[in-house]
Design a protein around this ligand. Structure first.
Ligand code: ARG
Length: 302
């Protein structure tokens, strides 16, 4: 692993513009991941304050945030990463692949987010809807290297990978998630720059862990215990990494690479099983820049 500083021309170009959902109705009404417990409710004021501090930290780091109001019937809607996968194409048109949530409890979120994205000019793409078709949750998808890397298993279904590749005209590399606590890719994988990413191999089956590590020239390999601090659920704005927690070993590595770590406490949102990445949805991933367009879409599985 080299100690070279992250180079200006290798920093991520996406991740400067986000959509977030204001936690007006955030509570734990049901249990769909191992972090959720109805007896451990978030404090509404603290949740609002933490949300506000996160928005301020993003803006301070040079990012831009648009805020959507939360539906009263959708307590998990605050995890905006899962609203859909937004990409911008070479003609600067945006499209949103709307999430088709695995759990019916989250499916009404799309009733609000579909028109919200369309009002901003995005073309809607569906890989499934109202229980019909493939499940896809956008927290499972990252532009990385030559492909859209998509985690499948707990939430996104394998069939969804095919539909994503065809609809977006990209290569999809699937990795199978096998850890109940890391049910979305964004809990175990975090791109840092064009060569580096945090990766927690214990989230995946053996072949997928090896395939993912092979895709990252300089991985920062996380132990399961490190990943369970939500440290991979961080966002990167240029050289700044906004993190909910940062184990010492991870901090040393990131600082040696020249990243600046900003800690933002979002503990109320950990009660629902999500952290900084889950609360923020980047809407500036550009096909042709961050994700190659391909003539023949394909799905590559380990
Ligand atoms: N309670 C939410 C769920 O289980 C948490 C979502 C976390 N979001 C994320 N992008 N990992 O769906």
């Amino acid at each position: 692993m080299s100690d070279n500083l992250t180079r200006e021309d290798e920093m991520l170009e996406w991740g400067k513009h986000y959509v977030m959902v204001r936690p007006d109705h955030f509570r734990i009404d049901y249990v769909i991941n191992p972090f959720m417990d109805r007896r451990d409710q978030p404090d509404p004021q603290r949740a609002h304050d933490q949300f506000g501090a996160l928005v301020a930290a993003i803006e301070e780091a040079g990012g831009r945030v648009e805020v959507i109001a939360q539906r009263p019937d959708s307590p998990d809607m605050v995890y905006a990463m899962n609203l859909g996968l937004v990409t911008v194409d070479a003609q600067a048109r945006s499209q949103v692949v709307l999430s088709h949530m695995r759990h019916p409890e989250r499916r009404q979120e799309v009733v609000t987010t579909h028109p919200w994205f369309e009002d901003r000019g995005a073309r809607s793409v569906w890989v499934g809807r109202d229980g019909v078709g493939a499940h896809f949750e956008a927290g499972d998808a990252f532009a990385w290297g030559d492909a859209l890397v998509v985690g499948y298993g707990p939430r996104t279904e394998e069939l969804g990978l095919k539909l994503l590749a065809v609809e977006l005209g990209v290569r999809v590399r699937g990795v199978r998630i096998a850890h109940p606590g890391m049910y979305h890719l964004d809990l175990a994988f975090c791109p840092l720059d064009e060569r580096r990413a945090m990766v927690c191999p214990s989230a995946f089956d053996e072949a997928s862990a090896a395939a993912l590590l092979a895709l990252v020239p300089e991985p920062l390999v996380l132990s399961e215990a490190e990943a369970m601090t939500f440290c991979a659920n961080s966002i990167v704005i240029g050289r700044t990494v906004l993190m909910p927690a940062c184990p010492d070993r991870v901090r040393e590595r990131l600082e040696a690479w020249g990243f600046e770590i900003v800690l933002v406490e979002v503990s109320e949102f950990h009660k629902g099983g999500g952290s900084i990445r889950c609360l923020t949805n980047p809407v500036d991933i550009t096909i042709g820049r961050d994700l190659p367009a391909v003539l023949v879409p394909e799905v590559v599985l380990p």
